[in-house]
Design a binder for this molecule. Structure first.
Ligand code: CTP
Length: 414
């Protein structure tokens, strides 16, 4: 197969909202994600071209761009573009575009493409909160979802002007991760976590010595964020408790920000009261300074170094597993292990599963600095029932999906 044939064809539909400029970043992510990975055709609406001009889309995609059906008519673009697409992503999708799509209108190239596409279609809406909350938009979104389209929940935050609220376009990196994950799963958006509330912790906690210094660790939060994003995509209500993570909020996820292990524990335990599953992907610091010094610790004139005594932090995972807020809560832990004289990675992990009392333990071999900050991961999922399932090396999204597959497979989750 030639490279051209093996490349996946993505249609990036852009409708007329201020967030159209963010679709340039999304386009770059598709184009730069690997040599020849995606062939992207940008199909803007006429209104989108008021915000970002055709030369920008054309230069970034390396292809001609048109909003209407009267260009290159001999190639029948209003049918061909949709028919040959592997994925259509509309970002931003305005209230008007969602309404047209829900009603099957086809008065420009994008709406024609939406009618001819038989591949997965993802809408990433962006509009003011009032428009998103309007019953007309709610009904249109419901219609599109019923027909199998994926409508990502808008993010909350700053909108055009000084107002804030729900309706922001999710970060382009998040839309990209969502879309490529959907493609990797063959385009099917199983909603097997619909009706479930999951809590995911991510990142590394900080334990302050004084107002400016802390003990921390190298956790990037990438795996936890992938878990939150994929759970939301599979229909779950997701609370993500994030410790010192600088990544963009995953679409449709409630993010609670914390710094210390004590804060992480308080937020996770409180969210678990109404949750079905908790996944502790965070790296809470095991120790904290025994005393917090209120003012910055100064260097001593005699050159001596201060002694810092540490005290142990609570083990959040073990606490949740051994004193479950309710018996049906599924508790999933992570184990970052290196083998040593006392045992192999799997021996340490098996002992940890038993010691903590969780239902599943996702084991990462972190010998030699592997995993931290990396886009990829590999793992073995150990079950309290003695099962062991390897997860092959892949993106952190793929590992996250494997974890949710395993959770969805637990007898009491069916
Ligand atoms: N964990 C936790 N609370 C802590 C420390 C860890 O809930 N204070 C959770 C992590 O989120 C992870 C799991 O415990 O899900 C394993 O963390 P890890 O650091 O591998 O294990 P430790 O308990 O710290 O054991 P050790 O460092 O002795 O291997």
């Amino acid at each position: 197969m030639s490279t051209e044939q093996s490349r996946q064809h993505v249609v990036l539909g852009v409708s007329g909202g201020i967030a159209a400029y963010k679709a340039c970043e999304l386009l770059r992510l598709f184009k730069e994600s690997g040599p020849g990975a995606f062939d992207v055709t940008v199909v803007p609406t006429a209104a989108a071209l008021e915000f970002v001009g055709a030369p920008t889309w054309s230069a970034l995609s390396g292809k001609p761009v048109s909003a209407e059906v009267w260009t290159d008519v001999h190639q029948v673009p209003h049918v061909r573009i949709g028919q040959t697409a592997d994925l259509v992503v509309v970002a931003p999708a305005t209230a008007d575009l969602l309404a047209k799509a829900a009603h099957g209108l086809a008065d420009d190239l994008l709406t024609n493409t939406l009618l001819t596409a038989r591949c997965p279609v993802v809408f990433a809406p962006a509009m003011h909160t009032e428009m998103w909350d309007h019953p007309a938009t709610t009904a249109n979104v419901a219609t599109l979802r019923e027909r199998g389209a994926v409508v990502i929940e808008p993010a909350e935050g700053r909108l055009t002007g000084s107002d804030t609220g729900k309706g922001r376009l999710p970060d382009p990196a998040e839309i990209f991760a969502f879309a490529t994950d959907l493609l990797a799963r063959g385009g099917s958006q199983v909603q097997d976590l619909a009706g479930k509330h999951v809590v995911v912790s991510a990142g590394g906690t900080r334990e302050y010595l004084d107002p400016v210094r802390f003990l921390g660790n190298r956790s990037s939060g990438l795996q936890g964020y992938a878990l939150a994003r994929t759970a939301a995509a599979r229909g779950a209500e997701v609370t993500l408790v994030a410790a010192n993570v600088t990544l963009a909020d995953p679409a449709g996820v409630k993010v609670v920000r914390v710094e210390t292990t004590a804060q992480l524990q308080a937020e996770v335990v409180s969210a678990c009261a109404a949750a079905d599953v908790v996944v502790m992907a965070a790296a809470p610091a095991d120790f904290r300074p025994e005393v917090f010094v209120e003012s910055k610790i100064k260097k001593a004139e005699d050159g001596s170094s201060p002694e810092i005594r540490l005290t142990q932090n609570p083990d959040i995972l073990a606490g949740l597993a051994q004193h479950r807020p309710h018996p049906a809560l599924v508790v999933v832990g992570f184990a970052a292990e290196t083998g040593d004289d006392a045992g192999s990675v799997m021996e340490h992990a098996t002992a940890k599963l038993a010691r903590k009392g969780c239902d599943l333990l996702v084991v990462n071999d972190v010998g030699g600095g592997k995993v931290f900050g990396s886009e990829e991961n590999e793992a073995v999922i150990l079950g309290a029932d003695g099962s062991s399932s390897p997860v092959p090396r892949g993106s952190k999204s793929a590992v996250a999906q494997a974890i949710w597959d395993r959770v969805a497979d637990l007898p009491h989750q069916r």
